[in-house]
Design a protein around this ligand. Structure first.
Ligand SMILES: [Zn+2]
Length: 275
């Protein structure tokens, strides 16, 4: 099955690269109904907690920008196929000219370094939001499994693999001309989406605003234990879903299943992918 989905915004070619798929265990999901918890627990094939891990390739005549890099071998055998997806799109790792990370969680940065901690994308320069860089390089982590020392260590290894080529940028700045970061804080302090604009065409990538779209579009109050600031993450989720549905903007996100690119409609307090 193909690992890529493509769209274009003006002269930008945008490709969703499916690194893999997995089902999130009920323990990491918050605010589920009893019925949803039971369904997830009873049926490991339930689609409710299904997630995909996506990275994105944005191409112009002279640039191949990779956004996020998948989770390599950290999340089991169904993930870690970023480079297969890239090849399906006609590129090798050395063709990547620029990298941007929506945030520095393992499922977004691990694929950028090999097991020895060396850069996979040897010709790429690297941009990251300043708040995100400052958070993960600070000294405040505990041994917690989520957002603790281990995750911070991986983020720092990725940063140091590209250390001569890193530029920190503030929210709203261009990643490359025509591709801009989008401020959606909460999941992590510098959590960012991106938008591609040309003429009257726009695509919004909503970062990790959704992890399990089949549950969270219907009830956006369902969240995961992965948020650094859950209240801010919930606020960001509702704001950006309201924006893309009100303005009818083409959108996607880091864990979207399918379609990878679509429109979202709001109905009451719920959202759904427009049919
Ligand atoms: Zn993620």
């Amino acid at each position: 099955m193909s690992r890529i989905s493509q769209t274009s915004i003006g002269n930008f070619k945008v490709t969703a690269l499916r690194d893999g798929e997995l089902s999130l265990p009920g323990e990491v999901l918050l605010n589920l109904s009893d019925e949803q918890s039971q369904k997830i627990e009873a049926d490991e094939n339930s689609q409710l907690a299904t997630s995909n891990v996506n990275a994105y390739l944005i191409q112009t005549e002279s640039e191949n920008l990779l956004v996020d890099s998948g989770c390599r071998d950290l999340f089991g055998p169904t993930c870690g196929f970023l480079n297969d997806a890239l090849r399906e799109a006609g590129l090798e790792p050395n063709d990547i000219t620029d990298i941007f990370f929506t945030h520095l969680h393992p499922d977004h940065v691990a694929g950028a370094i090999d097991e020895g901690g060396s850069a996979v994308f040897k010709n790429a320069s690297f941009k990251v939001i300043d708040l995100e860089y400052n958070f993960w390089t600070s000294d405040t982590f505990s041994d917690a499994e989520v957002n603790g020392n281990e995750w911070a260590g991986l983020a720092r290894t990725a940063l140091s693999a590209y250390k001569d080529k890193i530029e920190t940028i503030s929210f709203g700045k261009d990643i490359i001309p025509g591709v801009t970061s989008v401020n959606i804080p909460g999941h992590t302090p510098g959590h960012s989406g991106f938008r591609v604009d040309e003429g009257n065409e726009t695509l919004i990538q909503m970062g990790d605003i959704l992890h399990v779209p089949n549950l969270q579009l219907d009830n956006p109050s369902i969240s995961t234990v992965f948020d650094v600031d859950p209240a801010a993450a919930l606020k960001s989720r509702k704001e950006i879903l309201d924006m893309v549905s009100t303005d009818r903007l083409l959108c996607t996100s880091g864990h979207m299943i399918q379609p990878k690119f679509g429109y979202i409609e709001k109905s009451g307090g719920s959202y759904r992918i427009a049919g």
